[in-house]
Design a protein around this ligand. Sequence first.
Ligand code: GSH
Length: 219
Amino acid sequence: MKDIRLVIGNKNYSSWSLCPWLLLKMFDVDFEEIQIALYQDNTAEKLGPYSPSLKVPVLLHKDTNVWDSLAICEYISENILGGAGWPASPKRKANARSVSAEVHSEFPTLKVEWPMNCKASYKLTPSEELEKEIARIDAIWSCCRRRFGENGNYLYGRFSIADCMFAPIAISFESYRAELCGDANTYMQTLLDNPFVQKWITLGRREKEPLSIAYASTA
Ligand SMILES: N[C@@H](CCC(=O)N[C@@H](CS)C(=O)NCC(=O)O)C(=O)O
């Protein structure tokens, strides 16, 4: 058994699972993946031993377990990557933490109207509320790239946890054809071209389990 284990859900649908998975992959951390199919009759029984919230993702590291995607990314950065998960400068780190927390706590319409589904590929016209959320994400991406992106193609130049938090959104934006401004669109493409995001999408598309009737209709 490996020291670091990550419990994730279906790659096709589990947007939060992608965030820490991508961080571990990008920093070449050796870990074991434990995949549990969500919304099956036995899902709670399988998650119970790992996850007090009965949700994924969960990180198991030696005798510690951490649940909730952003807490896991913070833990990985602090305890496994020596802090390298965030940009080094305090100003950029504060900004990166703010936008990552915003993904975590905001955008309720996006999460319901355009849930990540790696198999989906069609235009889905956003509601007025969703348009406002897309505009906010467009503004975050454009502004970060302009202010902080000089040393690379990611949000703060070099890859960081902020990119992990936005990767599932990039997948949804591509699936449902979000209309973005130039800089934001280029950043979305950077995320989609990331080899590990590509791998996640490919593996997600191969999965067979539907989540529920509602999700299954878009799969
Ligand atoms: N805020 C949590 C959300 C976790 C979450 O909702 N996970 C979903 C999969 S992406 C899940 O486990 N759903 C199972 C359920 O709701 O029963 C995080 O960031 O980890």
